[in-house]
Design a protein around this ligand. Structure first.
Ligand code: PEP
Ligand code: MG
Length: 542
């Protein structure tokens, strides 16, 4: 038996067989070739095409940022180099495999051999090799869009996973997700939580584990490979206890969200897509506090059409009835990418053109979403909220666009409601001007995930910062209090919808601060409801 320690991104216990999700194994088909010479020509042609691509990218980006554009030149040099080409050609010759598969395998071998080296130059070279390999595979037509997990449920282990990949998997086949990269508040981990699947991050994963039996303990962040009989028995008991605990919690399903001393504080649900609506109803959430609408833009070939968005939002509005459902306008960019978006490579995408910035750059996309939201508003109690706001000027621009959209609907006599709007406070800049921002809208939503990373200047997904990333940092907690006070001074309710809202160690503190609502993934509604119902706030100092 082997034991690995990482971080539990979502609690729960899973026992089952590992499927090592070798990204490309499921995207690149391997087949035997008969004509080696022809296959090498195919590879060489793809290589030349990618080199042309890189030259073009260099020229296009040169005017924007010389240093960024240089990355493309460096990648081109790697493609010109003999060693990478020889490795691929020799694999095609010796194993008689297709070139896309040979590229993928070579890439994986190189990156797994050097992945633990910290030397920046080597890291950069590996990243370059991965990048050119992906371009080559794509040129060779290697990718197939869907991800097949096989017939039985599995524990998915992989180096890294994107929200898009996770969304493409069949949720019923996933017992747990274990990754090397990412953190407990990376979007893939949040998605796993929303799917109610135990998740571990920062585990030093190994392709050799494929097919082996394992236990995932999301509470302690531990992975056991080939557990012995004793441990399996123990975990069967724990799994049972886990289920019993969940049964116990289920008794709270119909209980009101009210503290011991009678203060009502709504608990809302954070969701990523329509499938989550059932859990929102099941756990009796007060409403939807955050629909991460951008997930509807991922894992597809092109922008969703306005009508497609409208139908989805209408379904939410109708399902929720009188209960509030807050649609956050798309927060694309950073780790939420789709090829058709063609977001130019950024040196630091977390600080890049994401969220509202991208929407204001792509007004056609933004307007289509706004129109869909307004049209759907006629069917229920929708609200909308803007992500990544940093200034009042952004609000000026948004208000102008909203006016254009509603005037357009008026002209065509399309029915819609005057819906409530909110701003996400998730940058230190927004915290400092939260009073001014509060005046512009009906409510504020604290996005503590981004607020923490921008306040600490630590990438929320960087595993190297695992022991340094402190989301209970006094600076973050004080900012939360500042925003609640600022909102209240302007008579606006303030909700928390980042992952901290589900941290029951902080529930009482948030209540004392005067928060008006907490929005958490559906699976965390009952634990938070329990913490809230056990809290007494009137006796506590403010
Ligand atoms: C946040 O930043 O806290 C938030 C809710 O938004 P996301 O996690 O989707 O960035
Ligand atoms: Mg955010």
């Amino acid at each position: 038996m082997e034991v690995y320690k990482g971080t539990g991104a979502f609690s729960g216990i899973a026992v089952g067989k590992i499927l090592y999700y070798h990204k490309s194994e499921y995207q690149v088909h391997q087949y035997e070739i008969t004509d080696i010479k022809e296959e090498i020509t195919i590879f060489q042609q793809a290589r030349l095409k990618v080199m042309e691509q890189l030259t073009r990218l260099y020229e296009e980006n040169c005017t924007v940022s010389e240093s960024q554009a240089e990355l493309f030149l460096n990648q081109k040099k790697l493609l010109e180099g003999k060693s990478f080409q020889q490795a691929i050609e020799s694999m095609i010759r010796s194993e008689k495999v297709n070139s896309a598969y040979a590229v993928m395998t070579t890439r994986d071998e190189i990156s797994s051999t050097f992945r633990n080296l910290e030397e920046p130059a080597i890291k950069e070279r590996i990243a370059g090799i991965c990048e050119i390999s992906d371009r080559l595979i794509s040129e060779l037509g290697g990718f197939s869009p869907r991800i097949d997990l096989g017939p039985d449920p599995v524990i998915l282990v992989t180096e890294n996973i994107t929200p898009t990949e996770l969304m493409e998997m069949d949720k019923d086949k996933l017992l747990a997700v274990v990754t090397h990269q990412g953190s407990d508040i990376s979007h893939a981990a949040i998605l796993a939580k929303t799917m109610n699947i135990p998740a571990l991050v920062e585990i030093d994963t190994d392709t050799e584990w494929d097919g082996q039996c394992a236990i995932v303990d999301g509470y302690t962040g531990t992975l056991y490979i080939n557990p012995d009989g004793e441990l399996l028995k123990e975990y069967e008991i724990r799994r049972q206890a886990d289920l019993e605990e969940k049964e116990e919690l289920l008794k709270l399903r119909d209980k009101p969200d009210i503290t011991r001393d009678g203060k009502k504080v709504a608990i809302f649900a954070n969701i990523g897509n329509m499938d989550d609506l059932n859990s929102v109803l099941f756990y009796r959430a007060a409403g939807i506090g955050l629909l991460r609408s951008e997930f509807q833009y991922l894992g597809r070939e092109n922008y969703p059409r306005e009508n497609e968005l409208f139908l989805a939002y209408r379904k939410i509005a109708e399902t929720m009835g009188d209960r509030l459902a807050v649609i956050r306008t798309s927060d694309l960019g950073a780790d939420k990418q789709a090829p058709y978006l063609n977001i130019p490579d950024e040196i630091n995408p977390i600080m890049g053109n994401r969220g509202i910035r991208l929407c204001l750059d792509r007004k056609k996309m933004f307007k289509a979403q706004l129109r869909a939201i307004f049209r759907a508003s006629a069917y229920g109690n929708l609200a909308m909220m803007y992500p990544m706001i940093t200034s009042e000027e952004e609000m000026d621009e948004i208000e102008k666009i909203v006016r254009e959209v509603t005037e357009g609907l008026d002209e065509k006599n399309v029915p819609y409601k005057k819906i409530k709007t909110g701003i996400m406070i998730e940058t230190p800049a927004a915290v400092m001007i939260s009073r001014e921002l509060a005046r512009r809208v009906d409510f504020l939503g604290l996005g503590t995930n981004d607020l923490t990373q921008y306040t600490l200047a630590m990438d929320r997904q960087n595993p190297l910062l695992r022991n340094k990333y402190n989301d209970h940092h006094p600076a973050v907690l004080r900012m939360i209090k500042m925003v609640i006070d600022a909102g209240h001074e302007e008579n606006r309710p303030v909700y928390i919808c980042g992952e901290l809202a589900a941290d029951t160690a902080l529930t009482e503190m948030f209540l004392r601060m005067g928060v008006d609502g907490l929005s958490v993934v559906p699976a965390c509604i009952l634990p938070v409801r329990r913490a809230l119902r056990q809290a007494t706030i009137s006796t506590c100092e403010k």
